[in-house]
Design a protein around this ligand. Structure first.
Ligand code: CA
Length: 229
């Protein structure tokens, strides 16, 4: 499990190349085939980074970029623009598109991965080799280990992802639908109630050695962990 990357690209072969290489490098991927879909997916699934093609049907990549930056709920997501060699590149250099970086086509997948890592690091997103700490919990993302108060906890992969999602953005309330999307993935058909079942299990494991209940149930909304724990 790694940072979630939204690929916005209309050419299936390019999508396949990016998806394959990002997944092989430990990232999770999501795809939008045009700008409108991209704007929807960004709001719904809150990706860690967007790879955005300049040439899209309908809204151009630059217009999508502008709209992402204009929306308060999405303006902070890092964006890497993909551009064709030629005049676009020159225009891009002189343009304030709001993108964090750009890659010129044809690109090598390893170049894109390197840029993705660099931009994520600059944005302060935890990469897979890192450890996330929150309250008295420590998650070692590389080793897939969790401790609370120094004691090992045994979490299933789903519970691990749930916990990671919640503590990566303390204070943010996730709806059950958002958690389904982020933890189980958008293509999987799971009932919304399943989220409650797994949150219950996660709570039980987190609290097995005592300590405060760290997960907050927000009535009618979903789940969150406190901002200041
Ligand atoms: Ca394209």
């Amino acid at each position: 499990m790694g940072a979630r990357i939204l690929i916005v690209e209309d050419e299936p072969a390019q999508v396949e190349l990016l998806e394959y290489n990002l997944k092989a490098s430990g990232f999770e991927t999501d795809v939008a085939m045009d700008g409108e879909e991209a704007l929807l997916r960004i709001r719904e699934s809150n990706p860690d980074l967007v790879i955005l093609d300049w040439m899209l049907p309908g809204l151009s990549g630059v217009e999508v970029c502008r709209r992402i930056r204009a929306d308060k709920s999405t303006r902070r997501v890092p964006i890497i623009l993909l551009t064709a060699r030629g005049e676009e590149q020159d225009r891009l250099r002189g343009l304030d598109t709001g993108a964090d970086d750009y890659v010129v086509k044809p690109y090598s997948p390893s170049e894109v991965i390197a840029r993705v890592r660099a931009v994520l690091r600059r944005a302060g997103t935890a990469l897979d080799e890192e450890v996330i700490e929150w309250a008295d919990i420590e998650m070692d993302l590389g080793a897939h280990k969790v401790t609370r108060g120094g004691k090992n906890l045994h979490l299933s992969p789903i519970e691990f992802k749930l916990l990671r999602t919640l503590i990566e953005r303390p204070g943010r309330v996730y709806s059950r639908e958002q958690l389904l999307d982020q933890v189980w993935g958008q293509d999987i058909n799971v009932e919304v109630r399943t989220v409650d079942v797994h949150v219950r299990r996660l709570r039980k494991v987190l609290n097995e050695n005592g300590g405060d209940d760290l997960i907050r149930t927000v009535r009618g909304e979903g789940y969150a962990v406190e901002k200041n724990a």
